[in-house]
Design a protein. Sequence first.
Length: 86
Amino acid sequence: MDGGKSVIEKFDGSDYGFWRMQIEDYLYSKDLWQPLENKPIGMTNAEWNVLDRKAMSVIRLSLSRNMAFHTAKEKTTKGSSDATAV
């Protein structure tokens, strides 16, 4: 961390385990981790969709251009995360 900002190295297809650890930690720190699992009971579909889209955008922004193409068709955070596994 530098000056209070978290920096996640863009994932380019190498060292998936390290990137996965970083992105999960970042999502937890921003309370965006739930879309990696299941929708909580009591959360509306609208709330879930917004939370899922926020988390998915964090994942996509942490990917290199080449890796981002692997997630282009995915509609969920879980799908985007799974599509990056190489």
